[in-house]
Design a protein around this ligand. Sequence first.
Ligand SMILES: Nc1ncnc2c1ncn2[C@@H]1O[C@H](COP(=O)(O)OP(=O)(O)OP(=O)(O)O)[C@@H](O)[C@H]1O
Ligand SMILES: [Mg+2]
Length: 347
Amino acid sequence: MPNMTSLNKRFDVSITGEINLDLILYGLAEEIPVEREILATDFRCTLGGSSSIVAHNLASLGASVGFSSLLGKDEFGRIALERMAESGVDLSGVVYAEGTTSTGVTVLLHHGAKRRILTYPGTMSGMSRADLNFDYLASARHFHLSSLFLQKALAPDLPALFRDLKHAGLTISLDTNDDPDNLWDGVLHEVLEYVDLLLPNAEEACRIARRDTVEEALVALSSRVPCIAAKCGPGGALLQTGDKLCRIPPIRVTPVDTIGAGDSFDAGFLYGYVRGASLLDCATAGNITGALSTLRPGGTEAFHDAAFRENFLREHQFPFTNREQDCPPYPRWPSVTLDSNLRSSCD
Ligand SMILES: Nc1ncnc2c1ncn2[C@@H]1O[C@H](COP(=O)(O)OP(=O)(O)OP(=O)(O)O)[C@@H](O)[C@H]1O
Ligand SMILES: [Mg+2]
């Protein structure tokens, strides 16, 4: 039966999580001596934070997105919010922290093909359920959470939040990203019970499932999560639905910067998902948007430049229609949940 609450939904996707700036230095030597002035060859300041990158890019693709976050009252927060707003994301779920804690920031140091990622979490680790408006989050058809291990204050309340959102008729996706403590524990295994789509990279999948290979990890996770799309960098993606595993080949590109490619994959995948596409087509779209992201610095620049984005998406078309009028009738989603999608994928 169609879930009639979906008729009143305001957004395709609601997202909660961190918003911050990425300060990116390029061209650094592998060894950085202390007490010396080290020169980078290039620098960019871009919108960062996995949650905000997903929200920005998903909205740039044309989905309606509501975003909730906790910001500091500082210049970095103001600039990040301004950049978010340009994508068309609804920001009425963003609130400001009391006190002096500043908005988080990530400094990325590029050393050839390797990079160091240094993050000051700032307000992102202080955001709790009291900062979130449940009705706002529930006014979407789908809910997405990124960077589970950075949401320190929210974590204890996440299992109940996920449960309540499911009761409100939403489907849920999770991209844990890395665990800075490398424990892969805490509420992770409690929240998995409510997750419809898990979007780790291959290494994260292995750590979550405590397996040595991504294939073993996907099999282990498939008994707990209906669909797992594992991102494999230049190798594309793996899609596990039940006992079926599909490899989705990558788009051939010459990357300039892979920061945020995983978040951009999430955006493309979710764009297909909320349009009722098969999971296989969602993963194909994820590969396209992941590849697009690598062509500009940071995670949002390739999406922010509308002409560049549209040109790439004309060349690498999504395997489903982009036109609203060709979408399934509205109530069909999210009642078209994983059962029917599962049947059509991997055939
Ligand atoms: N070199 C590449 N060539 C083509 N596609 C790529 C390349 N690197 C990344 N992608 C695309 O982007 C997706 C996500 O990349 P990746 O596996 O690096 O995610 P991640 O590690 O989660 O990234 P993030 O740093 O954003 O968390 C890949 O599944 C692929 O579709
Ligand atoms: Mg990632």
